[in-house]
Design a protein around this ligand. Sequence first.
Ligand code: SF4
Length: 505
Amino acid sequence: MRIYIEGLQDERFQRPLEHIAHLFFEESEVVFDEEETADLAIVLRYERDEASVSASGAIKDTDIKADYTKSLEPQLMEKEAFKQVKNTVSYVYLSMLQEHTGIVQTWGILTGVRPTKLLHKKLQSGMSKEAAHAELKRDYLIHEEKIELMQNIIDHQLKAVPDLYELDREVSIYIGIPFCPTKCAYCTFPAYAIRGQAGRVGSFLWGLHFEMQKIGEWLKQHDVKITTVYFGGGTPTSITAEEMDLLYEEMYRSFPDVKNIREVTVEAGRPDTITEEKLAVLKKWNIDRISINPQSYENETLKAIGRHHTVEETVEKYRLSRKHGMSNINMDLIIGLPGEGVKEFRNSLRETEKLMPESLTVHTLSFKRASEMTKNKHKYKVADREEIVKMMDDAVSWTKQHGYQPYYLYRQKNILGNLENIGYSLPGQESIYNIMIMEEKQTIIGIGCGAASKFVDPNTGKITHFANPKDPKTYNDRFEHYTEEKLRYLSELFGEDAKSGFQGA
Ligand code: SF4
């Protein structure tokens, strides 16, 4: 679908208008010229003065029209003022597309990954819940049910982490281990099949230990505490039990005050990597929160997506983990895997009921550009929008019935049915790391392959991203450089100069 826009020439509108178009049409493009080749032509205009911004629009060759006026707070900075203009234009554009297609967008004009952040921001600024909800409805066209969901999630987050808004002077740590037994078809994570890579794994771990030592040393010197540690990847349990043992030993030796870190999680996503020996190592280092991810309880699906383990193995390894003292297990399910519909998803929920993990994350399949699945889209048959919505509804009612509460949420681009991924947990079993990564209230230091760091300025909230390389080869060659860069960012935010600047402010 090629959409021609008349009346706006500013390039800054292109991406937001395109993101909204994607909510309605699978393949879409927004252009500001070449009306002749377009499938849909839309006129959009706006006027702005000191006090307000007004937008109006019409879809050519139809009688669909819309307009909206929004008042502006006095003395807005240019960046914020443009954001308001963009939202007002988006409001008009979305309203017209809803009428044109008959598709209603319950998230309104919000296309971002972290919708709860917007509500957090309003509440943190002192706004009442009622006023914040009214603004989300009025300015963003978000439906009541989504606002309720966001508030529900925020309430649970603040129950799990009552000092969430005060944790900006602590950090969390993400450790990326980029190996898996085999590569899954939908995967875009840095994950390399581990077989035959022994040499590369060894050098990678060498770099990883180095990063842990340096970052830990810096945190100790500057008295910066760690809130949570998350081992992800890849599958961090793909390495040997001995390698795991040395890694956790390094964590205890290098990181400050490990005993008081609120949570340490190890992704053991692929059941085929879990062994008694590895579970004993986890237990030895007091790690009892792991993730075992069934994704589906259909062997045929697992085979089709390249996971190379069976449903029986998932259940067996889950029970083994329980036996070895893992008391906080997360499981992931994916809605909309190839060949799966309501029947298969209900089966997954029934099987989950037999296990009752402490938390359950329900993802909706997203076609990420780099995955094998997207490259060969024609080979994979996936459910339609309506069926996806039904499965999502099933997940919502099943979790409610079984005592799970939603505690984090994120959306993805190209997600089937424009739905969301939701993390549910039994009361008190929320993953604090997941809350930290979603709400961006503190710095997360990424160590290892493909690990993304987010430096959140404690004074301004400004976020700076920094990514370690994704492939082990580049990482192995340059880990010292990436460590230094991170230490530099840390010094800017938490070093002596930053501290004295803060005290004097
Ligand atoms: S187990 Fe996870 S990280 Fe590994 S290939 Fe599959 S989806 Fe990717």
